[in-house]
Design a protein around this ligand. Structure first.
Ligand code: APR
Length: 181
């Protein structure tokens, strides 16, 4: 299901983000930028050593990436030229600022995309796997954050995709699209 916000196409797709034909894909990373499982493991396997090399450099320079922030590396062997690594919050029941931090992940990733002249970007469902954020709530936070940023900014990518791995997650994002727009 698709939606247009100003000049941006917002697309909900079920699939594997490592296959995305976009300029940049977003990774659900950890603040140490050390390879994990989930989408992080899949992206690193598909992208190869260039991703870990660039993450190691960021670790040396900046110590990693705080929750709610984002950093950018090359995409290595991926079709995507870049990977934007963002660190979602671990779900602790909802009263520890999780929604603000999750919204910040999407906004910071889009800001980095604009800075790097990225025209098309794909997001996974950040925090809803190993980090335990309830998917229905995360989907509303994600789409609200993207909508706000696109409406506020003069420059944004022409295409923003959400690539959701499983059918249940895809269904939550389609529902959220109808709620938020
Ligand atoms: N394409 C798209 N989505 C995927 C893929 C893939 N190839 N593989 C997994 N996913 C989905 C999961 O099904 C889930 O819906 O990504 C979503 C996010 O799940 P996680 O990868 O577990 O991310 P998160 O909950 O943010 O946890 C981050 O997990 O891998 C570690 O290093 C990472 O410590 C960090 C933590």
């Amino acid at each position: 299901m698709n939606k247009q916000i100003k000049q941006t196409d917002l697309e909900m797709i079920q699939g594997d983000i490592t296959k995305a034909q976009v300029d940049a894909i977003v990774n659900a990373a950890n603040s140490e930028l050390i390879g994990g499982g989930g989408v992080d493991g899949a992206i690193r396997r598909a992208g190869g050593d260039a991703i870990e090399g660039a993450c190691a450099e960021i670790r040396r320079r900046e110590g990693g990436c705080p929750t709610g922030k984002a950093v950018i590396t090359p995409g290595g062997n991926l079709h995507a030229k870049y990977v934007i690594h963002t660190v979602g919050p671990v779900w602790e029941g909802g009263n520890s600022g999780e929604a603000e931090l999750l919204a910040s992940c999407y906004k910071e990733s889009l800001r980095l995309a604009v800075e790097n002249n990225i025209q098309s970007i794909a997001f996974p469902s950040i925090s809803t796997g190993i980090y335990g954020y309830p998917t229905e709530q995360a989907a509303v936070v994600a789409l609200t954050a993207v909508k706000e940023l696109v409406l506020q900014s003069n420059t944004v990518p022409a295409t923003i995709q959400f690539i959701l791995f499983d059918e249940a997650t895809h269904a939550c994002y389609v529902d959220a699209l109808l709620t938020v727009f």
